[in-house]
Design a protein around this ligand. Structure first.
Ligand code: FPP
Length: 249
């Protein structure tokens, strides 16, 4: 007889409210198996399911996944099309399950270049999951941190040129009002897979004080246990936000 699943040990510590993930290593996973890159991305979709389930189980409130960068548009057309198809498939196939798990999906980024079919599918999943109150899943698509900051600068400059704001009045709150992640707390934990030590133009403003966990695992092999391991690592950190330690010296 199988009993109820054991709650992850991380639940006894402080669980990060917002976890962001750079999902890296799909191409290498496929190359290791002599498969086309597309197969790596397809396997990566299964790992997305693991991460979402693990985040819900751990009690994370916001999960932000870097699914497609602005720079990824420069990959071969075939790979770009495969990634868009996977995204559409994900939005169609996972919709019901995500609703049942209480996951609300939002797709953030510059979606101007996205084809109509994929755009319809992602808009449909946003609408269908809107009531989800256990986890907010942000899928960052056609996103780059610098592009986001340029967009903010343009919006702030427009307000200044309309006379609504003086340059002296530009503060952090004004910048945050125009970010794609407007209204959300900054990530507490950033996970990057495949052992690379880079943030690759991801959430440049929001990651200012985020703890970083580098996992050696290639994204398609990433499981909920790898997420729990990242959270355990986070729980060992002392967050100081530029201040001194509160522990006696
Ligand atoms: C980086 O691996 C990964 C991507 C560019 C795409 C991520 C996409 C998925 C995980 C699948 C679909 C996602 C959703 C949300 C449905 P890489 O190709 O750069 O790997 P490499 O560095 O080994 O070449």
């Amino acid at each position: 007889m199988t009993g109820p699943p054991t709650p992850p040990s991380i639940l006894s510590g402080s669980v990060p409210r917002h976890v962001a993930i750079i999902m890296d290593g799909n191409g290498r996973w496929a190359a290791d198996r002599g498969l086309p890159r597309y197969e790596g991305h397809r396997a990566g979709m299964k790992a997305v399911r693991q991460a979402v389930e693990g985040a819900v189980e751990a009690g994370v409130s916001i999960l932000t996944l870097f699914a497609f960068s602005t720079e990824n548009w420069q990959r071969p057309e075939e790979e770009v099309m495969a990634l868009m198809t996977l995204l559409k498939l994900y939005a169609e196939k996972e919709r019901e399950d995500l609703c049942q798990r209480g996951v609300a999906v939002r797709v953030l980024g510059n979606l101007d270049r996205m084809d109509a079919e994929t755009l319809n599918a992602v808009q449909a999943i946003e609408t269908a999951t809107r009531e989800g109150d256990r986890l907010l899943l942000n899928l960052m698509i056609s996103y780059s941190g610098r592009e986001e900051l340029l967009r903010v600068m343009r919006k702030v400059a427009e307000r200044v040129s309309r006379g609504e704001l003086s340059p002296e009045a530009i503060d952090e709150a004004e910048v945050e009002r125009h970010l794609y992640t407007q209204g959300l707390p900054d990530p507490d934990l950033l996970v990057r897979t495949s052992g690379e030590f880079r943030i690759s133009n991801f959430l440049l403003w929001q990651l200012a004080y985020t703890e970083i966990h580098i996992s050696p695992v290639l994204w398609p092999n990433f499981t909920r246990d790898d997420l729990f391991e990242a959270i355990r690592d986070y729980q060992r950190r002392e967050r100081r936000f530029g201040r001194v330690s509160s522990a006696p010296v």
